[in-house]
Design a protein around this ligand. Structure first.
Ligand SMILES: *Cc1c(COP(=O)(O)O)cnc(C)c1O
Length: 403
């Protein structure tokens, strides 16, 4: 028979479409969905051997072929040896903490990270004696100074939500290496289309598959991508025991989402840049936050680190004399939209508009929000795949009728 295994040296676009476990005996062209909890064993001897070695399929909390396909494809796209899937992005962070840290260990994080991430470390794992220090997203010296003898992990997210602050992954990787700690990067915002953190020296890439990887707002998913050694020795045994597994159905949806990740993200980046430029020219808009704009404080770093792309999320600020006036203006612009969705989530084909001060960052005090640079007049737009002029028209409805 002719050799039908994938040739070596395939390019990322090809890997995104072709990487998966072997086809079944039916030769399906689209990957099969193995929606099953258990796997029938041919005989007791084989069963005993699979249970002891962990090879082959037995039970879907241990492994499932559809989930394996998703893990292999994501690892190929991130350029890591292996990956392990979880039920959500937060599940992936939980797995990382459980796999790498114990009481008395210390972690350095950016203070601009995803709110639930900050809570999980400081609040939930603070209870178990994991110590955390929060640093500026952009000041590398602050990270270096925060490292202690018991520092085991540096965890960064770039660009951040909602103000798109960019951190220097290679510089943080140097600090981690010098400290004998690991660097993990939350790549949910950027995706491997913009950046592959392990090529810049990171050890672990964390994903929320809920965002761009699915890309159509359908399922929750998460993953850690890393070396074969880290995945098999630190993470896989915990998923099996603790059970934060990805369901095969959700794995299948995200697996198929990965096939179009590149074209979706590139189109979203192109639209977001055009909308960011257009917003900068609107008289009602005080400031636009987008790494693709030369006015962004880390524009050069972002373009170098992110493959020349700014991403699919921007924020802008409406001027207001008081927080109350700014909030009223922001609500007016958001509520005037007839197309854009008022929703939580990002990376969807449908453009999503949100007011961070009353939603994702609503639990912070006004003072903490001001320190983070998020005001009552800040609006976030996660750009989808609608025609750009329809998105602009929708935003103009509110902008041109501000009192
Ligand atoms: C959404 C998100 C998460 C959490 O992912 P879930 O799948 O919602 O659990 C983590 N980090 C970033 C940057 C996110 O946007």
């Amino acid at each position: 028979m002719t050799d039908r295994s994938l040739p070596a040296g395939l390019r990322p676009e090809t890997l995104a479409v072709r990487t998966a476990i072997e086809r079944s005996q039916y030769g399906e062209n689209s990957e099969a969905l193995y929606l099953t909890t258990g796997f029938v064993q041919p005989d007791s001897e084989t069963s005993a051997q699979r249970f002891s070695s962990g090879e082959g399929y037995t039970y879907s909390r241990t492994s499932n072929p559809t989930v394996t396909s998703f893990e292999q494809r994501l690892a190929a796209m991130e350029g890591t040896e292996a990956a392990i899937a979880t039920a959500s992005g937060m599940g992936a962070i939980l797995l990382m903490i459980m796999g790498l840290l114990r009481a008395g260990d210390h972690v350095v994080l950016s203070r601009s990270m995803f709110g639930s991430t900050l809570n999980l470390f400081a609040k939930e794992f603070g209870k178990f004696g994991v110590e955390t220090t929060f640093c500026s997203q952009t000041d590398v010296d602050e990270w270096r100074a925060a490292v202690r003898p018991n520092t085991k992990l540096l965890f960064a997210e770039t660009p951040t939500n909602p103000l798109t602050e960019v951190c220097d992954i290679a510089a943080l990787a140097d600090i981690a290496r010098a400290a004998g700690a690991l660097l993990a990067v939350d790549n949910a915002f950027a995706t491997p289309i913009l950046q592959r953190p392990t090529q810049l020296g990171a050890d672990i890439v964390m994903h929320s598959g809920t965002k761009y990887l699915d890309g159509q707002g359908r399922v929750m998913a998460g993953a850690l991508c890393a070396s074969h050694e880290l995945i098999t020795s630190k993470f896989a045994p915990i998923v099996r025991t603790a059970g934060m597994v990805l369901s095969p159905f959700n794995a299948w949806v995200v697996l198929k989402g990965l096939e179009t990740l590149g074209i979706r993200v590139k189109a979203q980046c192109e639209s977001t840049l055009a909308i960011a430029r257009w917003l900068e020219a609107q008289p009602q808009v005080a400031r636009v936050y987008y790494p693709g704009l030369p006015s962004h404080p880390q524009h050069e770093l972002a373009m170098r680190q992110q493959n020349g792309l700014g991403g699919g999320v921007l924020s802008f600020q409406l001027a207001g004399d008081t927080p109350e006036a700014a909030r009223a203006k922001a609500f007016h612009v958001i509520d005037s939209c007839r197309l854009l969705s008022i929703a939580t989530n990002l990376g969807d084909t449908k453009t999503i508009i949100s007011h961070p001060a009353s939603t994702s960052h609503g639990r912070l005090s006004e003072e903490q929000r001001q320190a983070a640079g998020i005001t009552q007049g800040t609006i976030r737009v996660a750009v989808g795949l609608e025609h750009i002029e329809d998105i602009q028209d929708d935003l103009l409805r509110g902008l041109t009728t501000l009192s």
